[in-house]
Ligand binder design. Structure first.
Ligand SMILES: Cc1cc2nc3c(=O)[nH]c(=O)nc-3n(C[C@H](O)[C@H](O)[C@H](O)COP(=O)(O)OP(=O)(O)OC[C@H]3O[C@@H](n4cnc5c(N)ncnc54)[C@H](O)[C@@H]3O)c2cc1C
Ligand SMILES: NC(=O)c1ccc[n+]([C@@H]2O[C@H](COP(=O)([O-])OP(=O)(O)OC[C@H]3O[C@@H](n4cnc5c(N)ncnc54)[C@H](O)[C@@H]3O)[C@@H](O)[C@H]2O)c1
Length: 474
């Protein structure tokens, strides 16, 4: 939708999580908005990311239970149908029709900048006042000889596998490698994770260790601090030579070694839009690029690569762009790795100073975990010396749900005493957060000054009660 001059208020490049939210936010406040998508609206999350991977994990868990009960092998065609059905159920919300209904004009094609205020889509010119780059990121391909072979898949192509690979080598031990590695192991693959760092390197080490133990219990071989030096074809599959001298063979190699921002061919140079050393678009806290009329959000930027981050940042960018607001992004970003056990975290994972408090509740003390026989987990809260909550790490079932409360607490500078004072339902996994907050409050009550005040109150109360009793007797 353009005005009489043919100029649009906001041109959005890319129709994934960031582009969709950005475009609908702008159109929602009445801005003339055009979204250009070169492929399918919905982006990575819908087609090759969150939706298929979470469905695969659920299908794998079910298949494992069924196999234990009946001895039946998992049916991969059924798993693929479940994935297709989940995508089909969510897809309408991300469709061009939904965009048009929200007042966004949708154009299919590849967009690129030509000059300030001018872009083209497959040769057709679009003039714009502001633009939002939301072109996402693609799987990073490390420089390993032989990696381009036919048995190598990425998060974009793994969904087309015709059958469950008998032997799967996964390069990378971030959320992607752990989630898909565990899912395929539960479907029957013999899985090896090859990780140049430690597993889940951004997470609390105790939490990552629990996930590692669980993956190993599923039969996964976890090789840390090593990397693939060379891949050569064998029949069938590949032979992988690792730096530490290990040699292994695999039918399929899954690349899960991070992502590379999609900026090639966008014409950033025509608008002086800068990227960092990793090729990610540089933005300020308002999500503005180095060009004051161009904004960016989602995986194409240097921010954590999650759907919720893409959406929130795009919404902020769109409102700043079309309304001239000064909204800034929040540094409080939760993340969840949907392995079994689930690992959720927000804010600080380590005490930032010697006076910060770490309160850990092992899930042997969370009754719901006891009744469910899922006590291999913990809830860890980090608070400053006054009790303000700085971070949390939770490992266990529904950790992603439980962490949401801590997100709100950090955003609003709440203290452990605020969480402790709020009644939580029993028995739930959120008891872990509650119990950790209560443990912190109790520990603070034992501090000498507080303990002295409490003692005085107790003595006063006792004296007063005795006095009242004596008066009544008279
Ligand atoms: C296997 C996997 C599992 C994941 N699981 C989770 C999860 O559980 N939770 C979570 O929060 N995140 C998850 N993520 C991350 C999440 O998918 C991304 O953070 C999110 O999709 C980023 O959205 P985006 O809009 O920035 O990019 P994208 O979704 O990649 O969208 C960008 C769009 O731009 C289009 N495009 C590119 N160039 C152009 C151009 N020149 N012109 C027009 N269009 C263009 C592309 O075709 C694409 O549709 C997962 C990722 C993967 C790979
Ligand atoms: N649950 C979720 O939210 C979820 C799930 C999957 C993916 N994602 C997102 O998708 C993106 C991609 O995920 P990812 O796990 O690939 O990325 P990542 O950057 O989180 O992890 C990459 C992993 O690969 C390892 N690695 C990198 N190069 C290597 C090499 N040459 N050899 C061996 N190991 C190597 C790293 O040490 C690290 O363990 C991430 O940004 C993530 O946020 C999110």
């Amino acid at each position: 939708m353009a005005d009489r001059d043919g100029i649009v208020d906001l041109l959005v490049l890319g129709g994934g999580a960031a582009g969709l939210v950005g475009a609908m936010t702008a159109a929602g406040v009445g801005a003339r908005t055009v979204l250009v998508e070169r492929d399918r609206t919905g982006g990575d999350c819908l087609w090759t990311g969150c939706v298929p991977s979470k469905t695969l994990l659920a299908a794998a868990a079910t298949a494992r239970t069924r196999a234990m009960l009946t001895g039946q092998d998992p049916d991969f065609s059924l798993v693929r149908t479940m994935i297709r059905d989940a995508i089909a159920a969510i897809e309408p919300a991300d469709s061009p029709q939904t965009l048009e209904a929200a007042g966004v004009r949708f154009i299919r094609g590849a967009a690129r900048f030509e000059a300030p205020g001018v872009a083209t889509v497959d040769g057709r010119t679009i003039r714009f006042r502001q633009a939002l780059i939301a072109t996402g990121a693609a799987p990073h391909v490390p420089e390993v000889p032989g990696l381009a072979g036919p048995s190598v898949v990425t998060s974009e192509t793994v969904w087309d596998l015709p059958a469950i690979p008998a032997r799967l080598a996964v390069i990378g031990g971030g959320p992607l490698g752990c989630e898909l590695g565990q899912a395929f192991a539960r479907l029957g693959s013999e899985v090896t994770l090859i990780i140049r760092s430690t597993i889940l390197p951004r997470e609390d080490r105790d939490a990552a260790a629990l996930v590692k133990t669980s993956l190993e219990a599923d039969g996964i071989r976890v090789l840390e601090h090593t990397r693939v030096e060379r891949i050569s074809p064998t029949k069938p599959g590949s032979r992988l030579e690792l730096r530490d001298g290990t040699v292994l063979t695999a039918d399929t190699v899954l690349l899960a070694a991070g992502r590379t921002a999609r900026t090639a061919g966008l014409g950033l140079e025509h608008l002086d839009i800068s990227t960092d050393a990793h090729g990610q678009i540089i933005t300020d806290p308002r999500m503005r690029t180095t060009n004051p009329s161009v904004w960016a959000a989602g995986d194409v930027t240097a921010h954590p690569r999650f759907t919720h981050v893409a959406g929130v940042h795009a919404s902020i960018a769109a409102r700043n762009a079309v309304l001239g607001l000064n909204l800034k992004i929040s540094p409080v970003v939760p993340r969840v790795t949907y392995t079994s056990p689930e690992l959720a975290a927000v804010g600080a994972t380590h005490p930032p100073g010697t006076r910060a408090m770490v309160r850990t509740i092992h899930h042997t003390h969370v009754d719901r975990a006891v009744t469910d026989n899922t006590t291999d987990g913990f809830t860890r809260l980090i608070a400053d010396q006054r009790g303000h909550i700085l971070g949390a790490t939770i490992v266990g079932p529904r950790a992603g749900e439980s962490v949401a409360e801590v997100v709100l607490a950090i955003e609003h500078r709440l203290k452990t005493s605020d969480i402790a004072a709020a009644t939580h339902p029993y028995p739930t996994y959120s008891d872990g957060v509650w119990n950790a907050a209560i443990a912190d409050v109790r520990a603070r009550l034992r501090a000498p000054a507080t303990a002295a005040v409490i003692k005085i109150l107790l003595l006063l109360r006792r004296w007063r009660a005795d006095l009242d009793t004596r008066l009544i007797r008279r």
